[in-house]
Design a protein around this ligand. Structure first.
Ligand code: GCU
Length: 735
């Protein structure tokens, strides 16, 4: 991408931030040039993303690598280790301007040695015992032996060798010393996948970066170089699986004509250790299999799935697995036959099991025809209500793929209560990299801090270690598998995601999936250095923009925990406040002139809070256990002059500030809680009359049901029983 286009993208971005009242960008025009992007952007198109390996210009830094060996030896000849060898040559040449010599056997001089632990252990006598490593983990170790230095990248499997090589290159890019290494790393979880919502015609659902890199015109693309480059990017951050087709699935993918085509995608991925997966249409036995049913308990249906999956593995022996969206947003599922999600998942799981394949069954199941007049209805309960009762009924190769929050990738959501409710079932967290509700890659919104609020949140599901990251990794309940899935939706745009800065989210997803404890700042710094080089001013400016962007975006598109004020019935971009109300999609914020917020309390509301335990096994208390920013998501917040929220500068915390803090007091006042005998707020008592105009919280909720907004002119009567234009049943899904 030439510079002018890059610049053109920066201007609206900067202007948007300025308009939003952010202090980030004083003057868009004056802010673009000085950050120094001009120098580096001219030479790059964006397609190299964070794997540019820009020359290290600071001699004081590059000098640290003068002692790096001039030779690389790979002790395994597999395609994945071969990729690792190519990568180290490419990276060292780019950053340090030196071309490594490739040897097949250990030379007598210093060398970088790549290989599985078995191979390096045999070749390097002084290596010593290897540390305990999980599959895909790696060990970077320097060994001084026979007057030479060996920089060893060893791993239990080939993928680990590749990941260790990328880690070594990252260290060099970050200016870290590599002369005395002894570092072992294992990934947090075995599942580190991305999903692409690509359609066979080449379009991408919720994709904002051009057409598909896999499909066009109902076929797999002839030229899959871009898919190969994508696999390399994924591998560089440890991602080991990719489902290439939309969860709103096309049954044709399973037909015999298609298998050789998707086998070519698997070939493109293979050298980078990325396993291919596809999404399935649950009605396939009927849609393409010639059966009259897709009932999961029908023996003919079970046979269909066995045959179809066997055929897949004949075409792609290292096929990873499948993703299934069923009984959601119009997709067919087991409900058609009165069967459970476990019946549906297991019939496919049993076909996959002999091949070692996984099925990712999506927890995103809800009724999009809910009656909005019923104050007890709550879409946020849906995943929990549908799956919690089935805990223990799923086979061991089923993973329930759970969106990070209980609604749908809104700019602010608490952790989905389902994470803490499955003790005998594998889970994966689904994070959305493509910025569907978060600015669609036209607004800057660095999502890592938001994801961390969920990953770090302790679901209090076990005595210790039940953060969402622990739960999905399978550590808390000793599950055989689980992990992290990112909905990425890259496209053919040179920048992959349609905006160069958006790639920090793809990078950040991969880094968190590997090591969820990494900080948002550290990830932003890594990404910026790897993408734009080691210019200090560029680093400081870009990291600062990234770190501030989510709170700013939230402040103008979904403040007070409203989730989103964008047009939920249309593109999910641009203001559409009323689109959330009075329809069945359930993203209501119930905003009117009295207040804003769903009442989800146990006492008067939808009882969602019963599903959310907090430390000590007790149920969530509102507002005590909530951050100020999420309150409207949980309990109606009255409109009152004294209730103004101060925006919090620290996006990381999820809990209420310590008692006694001034802001804590303000929160309690804002939501109208009064102090109980313990001195703690007790929302069940309701707010004092002086605090909320018109009386108690219960009264507030009641009034909200009885009144209609002024613009409908029905004041004092029940909500009119009519469907607003464009919100009726049967309308094509767009929420
Ligand atoms: C959102 C999104 C849809 C998508 C759905 C899903 O609702 O808008 O396009 O299909 O999520 O995750 O299945």
């Amino acid at each position: 991408m030439p510079f002018p286009r890059f610049c053109a993208r920066w201007l609206p971005l900067a202007a948007g931030l300025a308009l939003a009242g952010a202090t980030l960008v004083a003057s868009p025009a004056s802010r673009v040039a000085p950050i120094g992007v001009t120098e580096t952007a001219e030479a790059q198109t964006g397609d190299a993303a964070w794997l540019r390996y820009a020359p290290i210009v600071d001699r004081a830094v590059s000098g640290r690598y003068d002692g790096l060996p001039a030779v690389v030896v790979s002790l395994d000849s597999s395609p994945v280790v071969e990729s690792a060898r190519q990568e180290i040559v490419r990276g060292v040449r780019g950053m340090l301007g030196r071309t490594l010599r490739i040897e097949r056997e250990l030379p007598s001089e210093s060398a970088i040695v790549l290989g599985t632990l078995a191979a390096v252990g045999k070749a390097v006598k002084g290596l010593g015992p290897a540390p305990a490593l999980e599959p895909d983990g790696y060990w970077l170790k320097t060994v001084a032996e026979g007057g030479r230095t060996l920089v060893v990248v060893g791993a239990p499997n080939e993928r680990g060798v590749l990941y260790g090589t990328f880690a070594l290159l990252r260290k060099i890019a970050m200016g870290e010393a590599v002369s005395t290494l002894d570092e072992a790393e294992s990934p947090a979880a075995p599942v580190r996948w991305v999903n692409e919502w690509d359609n066979l015609d080449g379009s991408i659902e919720r994709g904002y970066a051009g057409r598909s890199i896999f499909f066009e015109g109902g076929r797999v693309l002839e030229d899959l170089r871009r898919a190969q480059d994508y696999a390399r990017l994924l591998a560089s951050v440890g991602i080991n699986g990719c489902a290439i087709s939309n969860v709103n699935a096309d049954a044709r993918l399973l037909t015999p004509e298609f298998l050789p085509q998707i086998a070519r995608v698997a070939e493109a991925f293979r050298p980078w250790g990325v396993r291919l997966a596809i999404s399935l249409d649950f009605s396939s036995p009927k849609a393409i299999g010639g059966l009259t049913t897709f009932d999961p308990l029908d023996p003919g249906v079970a046979r269909f799935w066995r045959d179809a999956i066997d055929a897949l593995y004949r075409a792609i022996p290292d096929f990873g697995g499948v993703v299934l969206k069923a009984d959601s947003e119009g997709r067919l599922g087991p409900a058609a036959y009165g069967r459970t999600h476990a019946d549906a998942a297991n019939v496919i799981a049993r076909a996959l099991e002999p091949h070692g394949g996984l099925i990712f069954y999506r927890g995103f199941v809800y009724d999009h025809h809910m009656d909005w007049r019923d104050p007890k209805n709550d879409r946020a309960r849906a995943a929990y209500d549908n799956f919690q009762k089935l805990d223990g009924h799923f086979d061991d190769n089923v993973v329930i793929q759970i969106k990070h929050g209980p609604i749908d990738f809104q700019v602010r959501e608490p952790a989905s209560p389902l994470f803490g409710a499955l003790e005998k079932t594998n889970e994966a967290i689904e994070l959305q990299i493509t910025q569907e509700y978060t600015g669609q890659q036209r607004h800057l919104c660095y999502l890592v801090p938001m994801w961390k609020t969920v990953l770090d949140f302790d679901m209090a599901a076990a005595a210790s270690g039940s953060s969402v990251a622990d739960l999905v990794s399978g550590r808390t309940f000793h599950r055989p598998t689980g992990g992290f899935v990112g909905v990425s939706n890259v496209g053919r745009d040179a920048t992959w995601l349609g905006h160069p800065l958006a790639m920090a989210n793809l990078y950040g997803f991969g880094r968190l999936a590997w090591a969820p404890a990494l900080g948002a700042r550290r990830i932003a710094e890594e990404w910026t250095r790897l993408t734009f080089g080691d210019d200090r001013k560029v680093l400081d400016t870009v990291v600062d923009l990234q770190l501030r962007s989510w709170p700013v975006y939230e402040s103008y598109t979904g403040p007070l925990g409203a989730g989103t004020l964008t047009d939920i019935l249309g593109p999910h971009f641009g203001p559409g406040i009323e689109s959330s109300e009075r329809n069945g999609w359930g993203q209501w914020h119930r905003a009117d002139h009295d207040g804003i917020g769903m009442d989800r309390t146990s006492a008067t509301g939808t009882r969602l809070h019963r599903a959310v335990p907090v430390a000590g096994g007790r149920a969530l208390r509102v507002p005590r256990d909530l951050p100020r920013r999420s309150v409207a998501l949980h309990a109606p917040r009255p409109v009152h002059p004294r209730a103004a929220f101060r925006q919090d500068r620290d996006p990381a915390h999820l809990r209420q500030p310590p008692r006694g803090s001034r802001s804590g007091g303000r929160l309690r006042r804002a939501v109208g809680g009064t102090a109980g005998t313990s001195g703690r707020p007790d929302v069940r008592r309701g707010p004092g009359p002086s605090r909320v105009p018109g009386g108690s919280r219960r009264g507030l909720a009641r009034r909200r049901l009885q009144l209609v907004p002024a613009h409908l002119g029905d004041r004092g009567r029940a909500w009119p029983r009519r469907t607003l234009p464009g919100t009726g049943r049967g309308r094509a899904h767009d929420a």
